[in-house]
Design a protein around this ligand. Sequence first.
Ligand code: CA
Length: 440
Amino acid sequence: MNQTHDPALTSWIESANLPDTDFPIQNLPFGVFSRKGDSERRVGVAIGDQIVDIGEALSANLWSGNARDVARSCDRPTLNELMRAPRKSLSEFRARLSELLAGTPGDDSEINPLPPGALVPMAEADMFTAAEIGDYTDFYASIYHATNVGKLFRPDSPLLPNYKHVPIGYHGRASSIVISGTEVTRPKGQTMPPGATVPKFGPTEMLDYEAEVGFFVGQGNEQGAAVPIDEAEDHIFGICLVNDWSARDIQSWEYQPLGPFLSKNFATTISPWVVTWEALEPFRVPAFFRPRSDPQPLPYLFSEKDKNEGGIDLNVEVYIRSMMMREGRLRPSRLSSASLADMYWTAAQMLTHHTSGGCNLQPGDLFASGTVSGPDPASQGCLLELTRRGAEPIVLPTGEERKFLHDGDEIILRAYFQREGAARIGLGECAGLIVASPRR
Ligand code: CA
């Protein structure tokens, strides 16, 4: 850890010092925005309720050396170029930006070093997906999620025999990844209703969310050159929230023998701000504790370092707001709260496994953790688990029942890091509202 993580650090930007902000000076996540009414996309850094337009700040001659190279790579409409930057350069940029934004609000001797126009209020900006995402992969790293889902179909042996040996994943769809706030149209698809003898085609009746964490690939690897586990984290730029919308009835009919297809490719929502690997340093924890009865990972998936600090203690929360709740001006209601530290596989293990056969990852690629669920029922990150596939509906504050999502329901994911001796930092929100299928 370094000076940029110091919990005592404050910013001359007042809103960055509020206790519940996701974006204090210790965070400094990157995102892509445009000023409202202007179509030009820019790379920015979130601080309090403001965005620093890094490209605009270039004019003020504030950067030198490697930090200047990083700042230059921000003068673009996506983060892809920035994501290629060496870890050391990103770190120098972060240190310099932290220095420029540090100060005491109201202290008249403090001078805003940024050129006019480099600070944009979030309220006056639109956000976009942070990178041009070439490829998207979804893992299945929560043993609790895998067990709970497995139980619904195989009560006697919920976990498949490969689970504790190999990080399970599938190649997802990058083209339908959308930014938080985008409406999600209820997909249509082919299903085989219970008791039916022929399948039917129509709007899904089992629309679900999955609360996940996404990892953006930074520096890529050459095709054929696997990334060793102890170098895996050097290839991760940062994290965001992911909602892997899922149509369970379509999924259960189509998934054998090749896995999910149309049940998950109609939309995947991500949050706009990418929290860098360096920013989450204070929140590293040991990897999932494997009891002696569990197999140890094969050597290519094991390192002492990863075992001791490969985990990430991020709290992931899911909220729902139905149409009736919105009309009654009720706050979103919390459905679950889980920790990324409870995942069976670490980010490094997922990345290493992904490349182990020679697959090349590229800057801006995204891989997601799989549904983040913990050991207790209040930590289950999708409705499939919470309602036992609809058998035990949940009740909202309005008295409405939900087995799966209705049109007009909004799902909001939030996530934050919090621990003694560190500043609380957050990921912001990942929200999506369900709208009805078109009639034809
Ligand atoms: Ca998933």
